[in-house]
Ligand binder design. Structure first.
Ligand code: NAP
Length: 248
């Protein structure tokens, strides 16, 4: 069955691979990005080459008007939304809590927590059967950091994902009887550009070697889990957390 999926932060990393796998299933994908227009255009081409339809939508998930606009632009492009991947996220530089600036913490929580809640709110306004939607699946991108705490690296990031876990539990209970499933994926150490953006380009390889599987994961390995949760194959799964973390 064809689906219309909105992926926030779909231009690179885990979001890009999720978009590509959605394309392989012939689904239509709206790829949100914040600034990297070229990466978003490349992802559109990957989805189309895989057999799906795609459009790139600029917008900051921390800005209410941008989030409202990306949902309405998705509907205009492809019709009613049946899946949302609440994926956009950032980390800060490696640091201890005692050294955090308020600006840094605001940016992390604005993007990862407020952004995720704004996206979830719009999904909750459009997707439920009782609101005229078609039902579907919301997948929140959390992190194993939510449980591990990320001491001396980024406890703010870890906390911002803890709030995403709570969102997953609460919203899944609100929408379970209204045709919408809500789950979270919690990746461990995954090879993407997010580590370099936090000033630690070799982090996934270095820390990944310390996991039980002795390696970092790939964006594709996370995307496979996301696409399963988006698909009808997971039709009785809601309010749950899927760790994709090599056992750590
Ligand atoms: P990434 O490669 O750095 O990609 C980040 C994506 O988010 C990009 O598409 C970026 O858009 C977008 N983005 C950033 N800020 C945004 C904003 N304010 N509004 C809209 N889009 C925004 O990151 P990734 O590793 O794929 O991470 C994706 C998600 O997985 C994040 O939530 C992250 O916390 C989570 N995660 C990652 C790992 C890991 O090890 N990689 C582990 C656990 C959880 P532009 O291209 O325009 O910059």
């Amino acid at each position: 069955m064809s689906k219309t999926i909105l992926i926030t932060g779909g231009s690179r990393g885990i979001g890009r691979e999720t978009a590509r796998l959605c394309g392989e299933r012939g689904w239509s994908v709206a790829i949100n990005y914040v600034s990297n227009e070229n990466a978003a255009a490349e992802t559109v081409a990957l989805v189309e080459a895989a057999g799906g339809k795609a459009v790139a939508l600029a917008g900051d998930v921390a800005q209410e008007k941008d989030v409202i606009a990306m949902f309405s632009q998705t509907v205009t492009a492809f019709g009613p939304i049946t899946g949302v991947v609440n994926n956009a996220g950032i980390v800060g530089e490696k640091s201890s809590v005692a050294d955090f600036s308020v600006e840094r913490m605001r940016k992390i929580f604005d993007t990862n927590t407020l952004g995720a809640y704004l996206v979830a709110r719009e999904a909750a306004r459009l997707m439920p059967l009782s609101k005229g939607g078609q039902g579907g699946s919301i997948v929140n991108m959390s992190s194993r950091a939510a449980a591990l705490g990320s001491a001396h690296e980024y406890v703010d990031y870890a906390g911002s994902k803890g709030a995403v876990d709570t969102l997953t539990t609460g919203l899944s209970n609100e929408l379970a009887g209204d045709g919408v499933r809500v789950n979270a994926v919690r990746p461990g150490l995954i090879e993407t550009e997010i580590h370099a953006s936090g000033g630690q380009p070799g982090r996934a390889e270095r820390v990944g070697a310390l996991t039980p599987m002795k390696r970092a994961g790939t964006a594709t390995e996370v995307a496979e889990a996301v696409v399963w949760l988006l698909s009808d194959a997971s039709s009785y799964v809601t309010g749950t957390f899927l760790d994709v973390s090599g056992g750590r």
